[in-house]
Design a protein around this ligand. Structure first.
Ligand code: ZN
Length: 454
């Protein structure tokens, strides 16, 4: 009698287990993750599946276009069998699959298509077929690359100098711009009424001379890449060499300014300190400047040439190769990425052209620094200042006084370090101070493009 009860109890427990555990009704969760709604020549499609109760049994993934279906992936997942000591159900609760999708190789053509995904779990529901999830995603197949058309004609660029390319895009693009050797300068719409016309200010670094490859590159929404060459001429430039003498007086005066209480790794040796500042801190400061210049406004704030600090003398040039000498020995080498201008101490510093103040703060070796965004990736930078007269995000006029010169940072005497950069590259400011250069290389191009578009 008691045995009968026990058997009945086990039977009921088994029945309940089968009913609630093995016959659970929870559907698997599935997702198709795409790089975008448009798919190009070649890309990976990702599928993620989760079934927390019974585990994943199988998937079916296909693409449907014009009544024709192609299977992209079918897979059966292992069971966690009782015989091998498992708990029943599926071995895997979650899985992700990456599938290389190249439409042309499987006869899928440009146009609309539907991705279809079906997933089953190891539940005993539906006569042991399992719970079932189905989803579709409408996509656009586009395997033809964008074809940028270059509108601007003559491109003469100096090593360490600036350039401008104006181009038209035939379709919406994820990104486009000018490739200059191993660098890329994004183009922006907004200068012309037609949103398909892009302006890319670009630069050659002081290291990039003749032989640097330049072309326009565009990547469309489906990831297809198009390139377009344009005619250009690169003029070689040779930059000066300079020796900076480092005195004990300079070191004893400047090095304590760079001491920070948090930094315990500081050496007591004053030369080591100088080398750390002139290398590590310089590098960090440069990274910071380039980060700031990644964000720019699609607005050309300026019209005229850039202003040079009035009544000042050039003390050091752009891309000067500097050797640092201490007691007759060269202890370091760096490249000077701006022009040093000296006037009387605490000279008033005008904004070189209209723009927005995007940085105003201490900046390591550069001391008190202001960076102005002039739009479309063009920036001017003012360093070693003693005073600020403007605020962050303020829009300034040409000639508006933004600060006073000084000797903050790693400056030995009162001067202005004036830098200019395009996107992530310091350029020679001399070009931007030159009315004729601006007229021939920037203004004419914009006017000619404007005339051609009409
Ligand atoms: Zn300088």
């Amino acid at each position: 009698m008691q045995l009968g009860l026990l058997i009945a109890g086990i039977f009921i427990a088994g029945l309940l287990w089968a009913l609630f555990i093995r016959m659970e009704g929870q559907e698997p969760i599935a997702n198709i993750i795409l790089p975008g709604n448009s798919l190009g020549l070649s890309q990976n499609l990702n599928i993620s599946i989760t079934d927390n109760q019974s585990g994943i049994k199988r998937i079916w993934f296909g693409i449907l276009q014009g009544g024709r279906e192609v299977i992209l992936k079918q897979k059966r997942f292992p069971a966690d069998g009782f015989i091998k000591g498992g708990k029943g159900g599926g071995k895997l609760k979650t899985a992700s699959l990456e599938i290389l999708f190249e439409p042309k190789t499987i006869g899928i053509t440009d146009g609309e298509a539907i991705l279809r995904l079906a997933v089953w779990d190891y539940s005993w529901r539906n006569w042991a077929k399992g719970n079932h999830t189905y989803l579709e995603k409408k996509i656009m197949i586009d395997t033809s690359p964008p074809k940028p058309e270059v509108i601007s004609k003559i491109h003469n660029i100096n090593q360490g100098g600036s350039g401008l390319v104006i181009y038209r895009l035939s379709e919406n693009c994820r990104k486009s711009g000018v490739v200059a050797g191993d660098n890329f300068f994004p183009g922006h719409s907004g200068l012309f009424k037609d949103p398909k016309i892009f302006t890319a200010f670009f630069a050659l670094s002081y290291k990039q001379g003749p032989g640097t490859q330049l072309f326009v590159k565009a990547v469309d929404m489906a990831g297809n890449t198009g390139k377009k060459n344009f005619s250009y001429h690169i003029n070689k430039r040779v930059f000066k060499k300079d020796i900076i003498k480092i005195s004990d007086r300079f070191l004893n005066w400047k090095m304590p300014e760079f001491d920070t209480s948090q930094d315990q790794s500081q050496s007591d040796n004053i030369i080591d300190k100088f080398l750390k500042i002139n290398n590590e801190i310089r590098r960090k400061n440069t990274i910071k400047i380039f980060q700031i210049a990644l964000v720019t406004e699609n607005k050309k704030y300026w019209q005229k040439k850039f202003l040079r600090l009035p009544k000042s003398a050039n003390r050091a040039g752009f891309a000067d190769a500097r050797a640092y000498a201490y007691k007759g020995k060269i202890i370091d080498n760096q490249v000077h990425m701006g022009i040093d201008l000296a006037s009387t101490a605490h000279s008033r510093v005008p904004a070189a052209n209209p723009g927005k103040i995007v940085f105003i703060n201490e900046l390591g070796i550069y001391g008190k620094t202001i960076i102005i965004d002039h739009g479309f990736g063009l920036f001017s930078m003012y360093s070693h200042l003693s005073k600020f007269f403007v605020k962050s995000n303020q829009v300034v006029k040409r000639r508006e006084i933004i600060g006073e010169t000084g000797r903050t940072g790693l400056a030995g005497g009162d001067h202005l370090h004036f830098g200019m950069l395009i996107h992530n590259t310091f350029v020679n400011p001399i070009e931007w101070w030159d009315k004729k250069w601006i007229q021939n290389n920037i203004i004419i191009k914009i006017n000619n493009a404007q005339a051609e578009i009409k």
